[in-house]
Design a protein around this ligand. Sequence first.
Ligand SMILES: Cc1cc2nc3c(=O)[nH]c(=O)nc-3n(C[C@H](O)[C@H](O)[C@H](O)COP(=O)(O)O)c2cc1C
Length: 168
Amino acid sequence: MEVLVVYETMFGNTGQIAQAIAAGLAAHAHVTVTDVVDAPAEVPPQTDVLVVGGPTHAFSMSRASTRKDAVERGAADSDLGRGIRDWLEALPQGGHPQSFVGFDTRVDIPFLPGAASRSATRLARRLGFTVTEPESFLVEGYEGPIVVGEVERARAWGERLALELADT
Ligand SMILES: Cc1cc2nc3c(=O)[nH]c(=O)nc-3n(C[C@H](O)[C@H](O)[C@H](O)COP(=O)(O)O)c2cc1C
């Protein structure tokens, strides 16, 4: 099974979670991991599963304006140009035989609505992917750090995902 993991990160937390998910997936699949800034314009045809994750910004996927806010809070400005929303929106409509799995990071505040992965999954469904249940991983504040135990949970989630998707 060929899995492509595409992630967006402003402060590095989602990148770390993406690497942990990829490590879990790699127990049962061949995995390629890429920052969205370097992601290919189309999903490579050999891909069986597309895993896409980013930070939750303003209850959803980031936009240029929220990424600018992140830079004002100290994030690196190299990623201003493109987030997962932009990348997904630029994919062709239809013709996607892959399964799509979304993930995100968001702050550990109970009952705060919205998750980038839910928005990404809705968009992927509209584009014609077969979607599965997304997952959120928690950070302590806008800049992080990742809540203790979440990196391990991400790895385990990735491994379970590979087993489940290999069965379908
Ligand atoms: C402009 C902005 C808006 C945000 N809005 C939300 C939000 O609505 N809900 C939430 O849980 N976290 C929100 N956050 C926190 C981000 O989810 C957090 O910065 C992110 O998970 C860190 O991941 P990264 O290091 O990969 O950028 C926001 C952060 C920024 C910079």
